[in-house]
Design a binder for this molecule. Structure first.
Ligand code: GTP
Ligand code: MG
Length: 335
């Protein structure tokens, strides 16, 4: 098999555009879904502000970054001054309040890396995670949402990739594969690197938006309505881009040296990040830099065994899109 060098995709790949786009359409959350979601947020806001008048609720993750599907959970961040108290105490109190207000299946999960209250809203059937003061997630949610406004192909590509990853079992961080967030960052970086570019690097432009989180400045150009035709010179279709994405990750990405960075809009090196050896639990076998928490590698969960599984999945996907008669079925076959 050809590992490196230039490979072109099949000449008839555009024939799969309708199939792929209808999968994308079927994933879009419905109007009903959206309105149930805002009802849930409204009743949460009521419960929370009764107890803490100075608190604020933010939506983050895929229910707010536009990469959500009808299966996505609802991620909520409670911004609140904790004072001398602790996050755990606060979460336990929050769980009590929500139970008293009639929310079902409320559970405080305080031992996780990011402690949360998890609940199931019986009215809507949504699973909802509430964390405290995770404002980096609020900032990166806005960044992703702003990128999604620039060129519609990002939303299409990333939704299809997320769907593929879920069905193929490579979207499970607790098992050593990648988060949805990591896949979206990989798609943004990929579109920044197309020739001609489909996406700009918003963090390399004159900032029009700044949010300071834990002494870190999260700044970038957010007036994306001023870039309506940014990617227009590039006419690549969704099937071409999807194939090229998998082909890149299967055969072109240099796993020994490369770090994907949407912050820089290019591939940077493990050497300059000091990510060349294992540090604690972070193996840095597949490196995806967080745009704001730049010390944070979204690929840190990947180990020697799961990296093999992930790369085989990329190869399988590229291969199917290149050779299969009916790729829209085979590609998403549950593993
Ligand atoms: P789905 O729920 O699968 O549709 O996607 P999602 O985008 O909501 O992903 P997920 O539930 O995995 O993560 C929710 C949000 O948490 C992401 O969109 C990010 O904003 C944030 N997040 C997740 N993992 C990390 C991480 O490792 N570091 C940081 N800084 N933020 C993260
Ligand atoms: Mg989510």
């Amino acid at each position: 098999k050809l590992r490196r060098g230039w490979v072109e995709c099949r000449h008839d790949i555009d024939a799969f555009a309708p199939g792929l786009l209808s999968i994308y359409e079927s994933l879009r959350p419905s109007e009903e879904h959206r309105s149930k979601q805002s009802q849930l947020i409204d009743s949460l806001t009521k419960s929370v502000s009764k107890e803490w008048s100075n608190a604020q609720l933010h939506l983050y993750g895929s229910c707010a970054n536009s990469f959500g599907t009808s299966h996505s959970d609802v991620d909520v961040c409670l911004e609140i001054d904790i004072g001398t108290g602790s996050v755990v105490e606060l979460l336990l109190r929050l769980a009590e309040i929500l139970r008293a207000d009639g929310f079902g299946d409320v559970e405080a999960i305080t031992s996780a890396r990011v402690p949360i209250v998890r609940m199931l809203d019986s009215g809507s059937g949504f699973s909802c995670d509430i964390c405290i003061n995770n404002l980096f997630a609020v900032a990166n949610t806005k960044l992703l949402r702003d990128y999604a406004q620039i060129d519609g192909r990002l939303l299409q590509l990333a939704s299809i990739v997320k769907h593929w990853a879920k069905l193929r079992g490579v979207n499970e961080t607790y098992r050593g594969t990648l988060s949805s967030y990591a896949y979206v960052l990989m798609c943004i970086s990929f579109l920044q690197l197309r020739e001609p570019k489909i996406l700009p690097c918003l963090q390399a432009m004159e900032p029009t938006y700044t949010m300071v989180v834990d002494d870190t400045e999260c700044a970038y150009f957010d007036e994306v309505h001023l870039l309506p035709d940014f990617g227009a010179e590039n006419e690549e279709s969704i099937p071409e881009l999807l194939w090229a994405f998998f082909h890149y990750w299967a055969f072109q990405h240099d796993y020994r040296k490369d770090v994907v960075s949407i912050r820089m809009g290019k591939i940077i090196s493990k050497k300059e990040k000091n990510w060349t050896t294992r540090v604690g639990n972070d193996r840095h076998l597949m490196c995806i830099e967080d745009p704001f928490e730049t010390g944070h590698d979204l690929g840190r969960v990947v180990d020697r065994q799961t990296i093999r599984i992930i790369r085989e999945e990329f190869e399988r996907a590229a291969d199917i899109l290149q050779h299969d008669d009916d790729p829209c079925d085979t590609l998403f076959e549950p593993y």
